[in-house]
Design a binder for this molecule. Structure first.
Ligand SMILES: Cc1cc2nc3c(=O)[nH]c(=O)nc-3n(C[C@H](O)[C@H](O)[C@H](O)COP(=O)(O)OP(=O)(O)OC[C@H]3O[C@@H](n4cnc5c(N)ncnc54)[C@H](O)[C@@H]3O)c2cc1C
Length: 380
């Protein structure tokens, strides 16, 4: 089979690897507009379960990924200078660039051709020149845009603003920090992803953003402002910018997932709010799911139909959980009156995926402390 893939992010590269492993005679080409070392952002997180899926799909890249990653089992919630740790939440972090390098090397080993610095502009000719065309070109996918009458995407620009920094301050665990100032409420999502660096994503609602005056602030002044907001958490370390800019989260859904021999994959197909840390996981698992459909089905058309039938309910499930989580952060100012323990409890149970009993299984001590505080509160 001849396969053309647009986008050398996690979804495109991983799908190329899996299909080449399935049949070395497949001729697979990835077009990537950036160079091999260009990337945006810092680290990404995976849940424990994702890693076992990756091991089954490709033991070689799994071994490299797990050799480099940072693993933890705690979510830390910081509010009013108190840190509440909730254990039993297995996560690991890796730098996005490192992940891409591992996948790029694996493509090279398997003789997948990756054309870097090649922006695809002529989609129709690429589609006719292959058996399967994959649009793995990310959240702002031009493939999706060009075929929007067919895919029928729903694109929702969310109200909150976020900005993605790094820092040398190490956060051991997924740390959710809330800070208030005269402008409003800021939330930071941070985690260590290698020995020296943490991701530090800052999110705020539009009222806070307007009141702080970010619209007219330079990048340098924005960074300095946010360093001041999170002064106690950064402990003297600066925020590291990678041309970091404020953006609004874009929630992507598509009514239809393929047209002819063209299919969307990863962020081009769907997004889930970063607070549940699953964008890269879903991109890689999309690649596994699509590969599985090619194993089981006789034709490209049947495989693409099966992919949509099988994978859509899984994605809808994640998007529903992510929606609850995203809405929680959009309304964070409403929760700031809560004491740290209650805020941590509400945060952990925000998505409906983790209820009281599930939380008790994960961290009985935390739930016991919350129940005790509740009982004492009722006595007063
Ligand atoms: C602030 C923030 C934090 C996040 N944190 C996490 C996290 O902690 N954990 C997690 O798992 N995920 C996280 N994500 C999500 C994660 O970055 C994405 O979900 C993931 O990268 C999706 O992979 P992808 O391959 O679909 O798309 P991308 O990684 O976006 O890759 C698409 C590629 O296509 C290329 N491309 C686009 N158009 C063209 C074209 N016309 N021609 C050639 N190439 C093209 C791009 O250069 C890019 O390399 C976060 C996202 C954001 C915004």
């Amino acid at each position: 089979m001849k396969i053309n893939i647009i986008g050398g992010g996690p979804a495109g590269l991983y799908f190329a690897i899996l299909m080449k492993k399935l049949a070395p005679e497949h001729v697979i080409t990835v077009w990537e507009r950036n160079g091999p070392d260009d990337t945006f952002g810092w680290g990404v997180v995976f849940s424990g379960r994702t890693l076992s899926n990756l091991r089954e799909a490709d033991a070689d890249s799994h071994a490299d990924i797990t050799r480099d990653f940072e693993a933890w089992d705690n979510v830390d919630v910081v509010h009013r200078d108190s840190k509440i740790s909730i254990h039993g939440n297995s996560f690991s972090g890796i730098s996005r660039l490192r992940l891409l390098k591992i996948l790029q090397r694996r493509c090279e080993q398997l003789a997948v051709r990756v054309n870097f610095r090649s922006e695809v502009k002529d989609l129709p000719s690429l589609a006719t020149d292959c058996d399967l065309l994959v649009g793995a070109d990310g959240v702002n996918s031009t493939v999706r845009e060009d075929y929007k009458t067919h895919f029928q995407p729903s694109l929702s620009v969310r109200p909150n603003k976020y900005i993605w920094y790094g820092t040398r301050q190490l956060f051991h665990g997924l740390t959710l920090t809330f800070r208030e100032n005269s402008a409003g409420v800021f939330a930071a999502h941070s985690y260590k992803f290698n020995q020296t660096t943490s991701t530090f994503i800052i999110e705020c609602d539009p009222q806070t953003w307007d009141a702080a005056g970010f619209a007219t602030m330079s990048d340098e002044a924005t960074k300095a402002y946010l360093e001041k907001v999170f002064e106690r958490d950064l402990n003297g370390s600066e925020l590291l910018s990678n041309n970091s800019k404020w953006v609004n989260f874009l929630l992507v859904k598509n009514s239809r997932w393929s047209v002819g021999n063209l299919v969307l994959l990863g962020d081009a197909l769907h997004t889930a709010h970063f607070s549940i840390g699953s964008g890269t996981k879903l991109a890689l698992e999309d690649a596994i799911a699509l590969r599985d459909c090619f194993v089981e089905m006789e034709s490209v058309q049947a495989a693409l139909n099966e992919f949509e039938d099988r994978r859509k309910p899984v994605i809808e499930n994640y998007q529903a959980a992510a929606q609850d989580s995203m809405t929680w952060f959009e309304n964070a100012r409403e929760y700031m009156h809560m004491d740290p323990l209650t805020l941590a409890y509400r945060l952990m149970t925000r998505s409906g995926k983790v209820d009281h009993e599930e939380l008790r299984k994960r961290d009985p001590k935390f739930v016991a402390a919350w129940e005790k505080a509740g009982a004492e509160g009722r006595k007063q």
